[in-house]
Design a protein. Structure first.
Ligand SMILES: Cc1ncc(COP(=O)(O)O)c(C=O)c1O
Length: 427
């Protein structure tokens, strides 16, 4: 069982006050707070073993190398990968997806297609758009009115031309959990490479890459208690091994002459230059922390919180409160995106002020700024999912996202503050 109060005691940041209030942090989908265990692991490395990896024949370099390699093993186990050579350390999920667009994109030709969805984060859209200059076409699976992916639409859009299917596991705006195992089966039956953006799933629920059967998965350390600047690309070994390096430089080579070079073994051939050693060590400590809690418990805790949020939403009586995503907690992760009165793109195109369009609408930036004055940190804006905003017919929303340190009291604080916001803004 998750006890948020006990968990909070591991996070020094919760000792501080924001404008005279306790910090209620509801932006973990953007980045999570860091427990002392993660910070200590990084400090310990710097104080005791700091040196470069895979090159020094001396004690502290060997220690650093051991720590770095052990982090890879640990991350590999955490996501159910059977071989740590399937783990490439990158900067973040964004870099992992750019890596795939570059490396897989090399063999794509005019007329090839890539299937994405309208609910993708920009990091799973923009890198693929780079390939349009080769004549590669992008197609997008639609969503239903319930915020779930439209599987019939997926089946109608996949074809022999579809070389890659790349989809998010959990939407960072809707919270929708996509049936990635089933989609992977469809993609593979079609002969497509299947990529999962695990940025919002790996931190929040048990994820087993072997069970899902995906070819690649991308995720970020900073969204799962780890430091920023470290992320993971998982790839099925043979497929990963067959790829051309993403970046060239030191560490990733076996031999270099002035004319040509040969590559180091996978995964080192994909980690050019000095890696983020402390980042990998910090991520490994984060993985230990999460494993200690149990990912089933993490998931259950978030489901309970979301269920409570949906109940509070009805009880709160906040006028014109609209929220997005599936209503069934089993079908969604720990994010709650909402608006107090919607502001539609058309209204802005007409250059009318919000007040003159819809008196009950409060801009999400005003919501977030006002909530901050009560100590609450939430996100507002398009959440790096502009196409999804367009699909929903909105310009922006506010988003509260939950994690292991959040409690029902935090949800109460959110709705109490939202009532005050509405009073302050809506006449
Ligand atoms: C679903 C999803 N994919 C990818 C990313 C990109 O993560 P990062 O900025 O750490 O690369 C995010 C970040 O919010 C996300 O929510």
């Amino acid at each position: 069982m998750i006890n948020p109060e006990e968990i909070k005691s591991h996070f020094p940041i919760f000792n501080r006050e924001i404008k005279g209030n306790r910090l209620v942090y509801l932006d973990s989908a953007a980045t999570t707070q860091k427990p002392v265990e993660v910070v200590d692991a990084i400090v310990d490395y710097y104080y005791n073993s700091n040196s470069n990896v895979h090159r020094g024949i001396y004690t502290i370099s060997e220690e650093a190398t051991e720590l770095y390699d052990a982090s890879r093993e640990n991350v590999s186990h955490f996501i159910g990968s059977k071989d740590s050579r399937q783990i490439v350390f990158v900067r973040n999920a964004t870099e992992a997806l750019n890596f795939l667009s570059y490396t897989l994109g090399r063999s794509l030709t005019e007329g090839d297609e890539i299937l994405l969805s309208v609910m993708e984060h920009h990091s799973n859209i923009v890198p693929w758009q780079f390939l349009k200059e080769k004549g590669v076409r992008l197609k997008f699976v639609d969503i239903g009115s319930d915020g779930n992916l439209d599987l019939e639409d997926l089946k109608s859009k996949i074809s022999k031309r579809t070389k890659i299917v790349s989809l998010t596991h959990v939407s960072n705006l809707l919270g929708t959990i996509n049936p990635v195992k089933e989609i992977g089966r469809i993609a593979h039956e079609n002969g497509s490479v299947f990529i999962v953006d695990g940025a919002q799933s790996v931190p929040h629920m048990p994820v087993d890459v072997e069970d899902i059967g995906c070819d690649f998965m991308a995720f970020s350390g900073h969204k799962m208690l780890g430091p920023s600047g470290i992320g993971v690309l998982y790839g099925k070994f043979d497929l990963l091994d067959s790829l051309h390096p993403f970046m060239g430089g030191g560490e990733m080579i076996r031999e270099v002459s002035l004319e040509e070079s040969t590559w180091n073994d996978t995964p080192l051939k994909f980690e050019a230059g000095t890696p983020n050693i402390e980042g990998a060590i910090g991520l490994s400590a984060a993985v230990d922390f999460l494993r200690g809690l149990g990912m089933e418990n993490v998931r259950r805790h978030e489901m309970e919180l979301v269920s409570y949020v949906l109940q509070k939403e009805i009880e709160s009586g906040i006028k014109d409160l609209v929220s997005y995503g599936p209503r069934e907690v089993q079908e969604r992760g720990g994010v709650y995106s909402f608006n107090i009165g919607e502001i539609h793109p058309l209204d802005l195109n007409r250059k009318l002020s919000v007040e003159s369009v819809e008196t009950s609408a409060v801009h999400p930036h005003d919501v977030a700024a006002d909530l901050d004055s009560y100590g609450l940190s939430i996100r507002s804006g398009h959440h790096c999912a502009m196409p999804l905003n367009n699909k929903l017919g909105i310009v922006a929303s506010s988003r509260a996202s939950f994690y292991i340190y959040n409690s029902r009291e935090d949800v109460n604080a959110l709705f109490d503050a939202l009532k005050k916001v509405q009073k302050a803004f809506v006449r």
